[in-house]
Design a protein around this ligand. Sequence first.
Ligand SMILES: [Zn+2]
Length: 480
Amino acid sequence: MMSICAGTDFPGAHDQSGNNDEESLHFGIDDTDNRTGGCTTHLAFKIIERIIRDTNAHFVDYPLLIRLNPNVPWKTRGNAAVCIRLTSDKKDQQRIIDIVKHYVETEAVVGSGADPGVVLFRGHQLPEAITEFSKTAMCDILRRRDAIRLAEKYKIEYFLLGKGRGIIGSLAAIGCLLEGDHTFEAIAYRRPENVGTPRILEPDKIIEFSRSTFPYTFNNFDFRHKRVLIAPHGPDPVFCGIRGENPHIVLSSLKSLNIEERLEGCMVFRSNQGTNMHLLSEIKLPEAKSFTSGHIRCTVRSRPHIAQGGHTLFYVENRDGSSLPVAVYEPTGLAKTASFLAEGDVLELGCGIRRASIKHPKILNVEYFMVLELAKVFVLRNPTCTICSKSMKSEGKGKGFQCKKCKLRESSELNKVSIQIPRAISTGMYIPTPKAHRHLTKPMHRFGLEKLSSDYSEELPILGNWIILDQLCSENYQNQ
Ligand SMILES: [Zn+2]
């Protein structure tokens, strides 16, 4: 047995007791894809398909699809890592390890942007240092050498290709227990011969399941822009993915699409997508690090203005008096609304920190804003005429006022009057439009649906309920 410090039980650990021959294996896989193709979740699908076919392994959790800090500049498309947790008897272990290595070696697109990393932890209890590392990876920048040092300290086996930067995400993936809030995604995969051809999806069917499953699925269809959100574009092995609150609803929604294309299969992942996990920690000013993510409570300190490109810019200050500029970008769909903010408004901002350049200091890039308190806004108006109640006209600085209608004059001793004006924005939460959502963005209707307990034992994966090999489409063929 490996010596392990006091740590955290991983989900399902207690169900595995009593069999001394069985050992828990936790695989983390990251950075196998580049910007033009390949996909870490697809690799996980193929690995799991093979493990099911060739070994007697038991899966103790759904495969995890873990999204890491989206503000890391060198991420691939979605900065996704995968974790596979299983138990197996001694005789199957080496076979499983060989399967994982084989697929990473042959499928990862090393040399064109991927720097794969695979880690393997054996044991029932994850060291706390690994779960802490994972928490940091959600919102901060980690170095490859820190990951290697940690892996060596806790005797975590690792296997790296290319520059091996994938060790960071793979370690973060096994350390992510998703004990709190989490969601599910059913992903359907295309056969190799179809990759690159147009995906045939009926928007009506997407709209239908989206309405009937509300609020338990999310980001299926952007009703405002009439856009399908479940399918990627381009030469990706993913046909489509449906996100929601439980494994059953995402899978039944997928089936309701009656996809005509013959697929390779589909698999349900448990995930931190749609949870705002990267924004959980508080951003401290002025020491906020570039590329980190988090949230901050602050006060608006300058009147917002809309800059070229439709982005809204203003300054905020925290309670210690440190200030930073804030940008609300046009594509978020929030820029116009943010322009109605005023000096003195109290906000909570979810944001990523953009690096300073020669042209500008560090900037808080807004991912959501919550208006906590609205300041009272006054404007100075000319006094009204005492005879006809019309607003008077200024005769020039220090020259008094005159009524345009009855020509009544008033001396300059009469002051302008301060009038409180109604605000064009109210308190509450403002989040980007669905098509601008990042994978981690929590959709509006998930607020209040957050899962709080780690007790999802009723949902523990039963094989066949979360991975479908080729069946989704053969059913359709049989129906024809
Ligand atoms: Zn008048």
